[in-house]
Design a protein around this ligand. Sequence first.
Ligand code: TA6
Length: 304
Amino acid sequence: MASTELSRLQARFGIAGQLQFGHGPGGLAVVEVENAHASAQVALQGAQVLSWAPRGAAPVLWLAPPASLAPGRPIRGGVPICWPWFGAHASGADYPSHGFARSERWEPVETRALEDGTTWVHLRLPRGETSARWWPHPCALELGITIGAALELELITRNTGALPFTLEEALHSYFAVSDVGRVAVQGLAGGTYLDKLDGIRRRQPLGPLTLIGETDRVYFGTNAECLLEDPGLRRRIRISKRGGRTTVVWNPWAEKAARMPDLGADGYLRMLCVESANVADDRVTLAPGTEHRLWVRYRVEPLD
Ligand code: TA6
């Protein structure tokens, strides 16, 4: 993005000493936030949170090496927004995986320094012609981000047309972990999931989910809070959600990761996706004039 455009955004939405526009990793145009509670970067491409770290804490989100990042290319890491479909499109073979929201450039609507010292960033997806090509439904898509000791994201879809439409969505969060083979995810016990490795639906055994290889599971009908426990970093990440009935857990593991250059040499060891979503069985149908909100909050706690 040209510096003049960044300067215009800075003049309109910048907050002295707290929020500025600039070029981040890979030359991506980003909103940079530093406040008393945390620091974060949000790419205008896809309104994608690239990084977030509560003050004094290690980064909570994993991001691909900067060399693999470039404007216009889906960014691996942070919190990609998958919308209005998840994974491969049902009929459009040439449609982008996970929808188009993450590839388009979003625009700021409002920024605010809140009284509690957190920072509010509100973005929307302009109705570009590419989205009209793939998605012929009049709608509005916005994201509200609250950056503080917790990170909150709220994805809002409004049906502004005269006909209902059905969508899938996911906040495809890449959490930073010490070693994916040593972490555990609490909160999914007893749930039913689709194992995308073989297409079979199974029930999650009681107890925490631990990983011993490639894992790609879609848990349906759950609004459970998940805890990502990481003994190596002596922390747990509390993943709360509202408006999302699906939780996706994904790690490609070594063999598939070796075919994903943007994961870097041992990237798969240092990340785990725990995604709050509405996918497949849980897809959302929006009547004309209504809206749907998918909200998440991430908090870091000591693992005593
Ligand atoms: O959320 C899991 C998943 O659907 C995996 O199947 C894998 O494709 C992953 O998303 C990454 O997708 P991406 O298009 O970002 O490479």
